[in-house]
Write a protein of this length. Structure first.
Length: 280
């Protein structure tokens, strides 16, 4: 071991928002019991991208005796938790950070971290994008009026409420059903959400970037303790910030204490297509 720069988390200041987890291209942080924790010292390169995204000042770079940063093991870790998109982001960050101790010894200030992020075009999940003109029918359809049906496709929603903040563990609509944990953007991006994901299932929705997610893992863990729930399915968008939803559900599965619970992640593209499906 050698003395080098590495991230630390002040748990008293951490509010569990998950912003640092989204900002870390190396996947070195995760939510544990509603707090950000370092997954493994070898996964942190000490560059400090996560610092600029922490709203409470809970993160800082310190110098201490820890194992060397292992880029190969970290890349393998990122591939496992974030797939090809995560690896591309990791490679981009590695080029930006540079190799070796020189980069690790020069962590940026929060302002510099934000500047580096904006130099790349800002948060990838917030970049403005427009579909090609011929990607969808151009004609508008009236929303209501004489002669129009009340709905084109029946709703498959069989419960209320749906927001993670509002549902309660033990609610009867969770009993005996697979649970879908969906990003709030998913139903807007995909017209197939009801028949593909909601039919015969219960559902909760949330946003890992904009919500106060501090209680989410604990609440979902309490819901998933019900042995009649056979499976939990995360339905997230392909944008990086949505990966926080998957991390919350991973922690919830652990907190449920169950070993028989199946868990799956489905990634939707911005056009609503299913891009990837993987076991958690």
């Amino acid at each position: 071991m050698a003395k080098r720069k590495i991230i630390t988390v002040d748990e008293d200041l951490c509010n569990g928002c998950g912003e640092c987890i989204t900002a870390c291209a190396e996947g070195a942080l995760k939510l544990v019991d509603g707090k950000a924790r370092l997954v493994k010292e070898q996964f942190c390169d000490g560059f400090g991208d996560c610092i600029g995204d922490c709203p409470t000042g809970a993160l800082k770079i310190v110098e201490k005796d820890v194992p060397d940063y292992d880029p190969d093991a970290t890349r393998t870790h990122v591939a496992k938790i974030a797939g090809p998109d995560g690896v591309m982001r990791f490679d981009e960050a590695a080029r930006r950070h540079g190799d070796g101790a020189a980069a690790a010894a020069r962590p940026p200030s929060p302002a510099a971290a934000h500047a580096a992020l904006h130099a790349m075009g800002g948060c990838p999940g917030s970049r403005m994008r427009t579909a090609p003109p011929d990607a969808r029918p151009a004609a508008a359809v009236a929303t209501a009026g004489p002669g129009l049906p009340p709905h084109v496709q029946p709703s498959e929603l069989r419960q209320w409420p749906v927001q993670i903040h509002l549902v309660q563990p033990g609610a009867p609509f969770f009993k005996g059903r697979e649970l879908v944990v969906m990003s709030t953007c998913g139903p807007i991006a995909s017209a197939d959400v009801h028949w593909r994901f909601l039919r015969g299932r219960s559902v909760v929705v949330g946003c890992p970037k904009l919500d106060d997610t501090a209680p989410y893992a604990e609440k979902l863990g309490a819901i998933l303790r019900d042995p009649s729930i056979p499976k939990v399915i995360v339905v997230r968008m392909e944008v990086p910030c949505c990966g926080g939803l998957t991390e919350i559900v991973r922690e919830a599965v652990v907190q449920s204490g169950r070993r028989d619970l199946a868990a799956e992640e489905v990634t939707l593209g911005l056009d609503g297509d299913v891009r990837a499906t993987a076991a958690l």
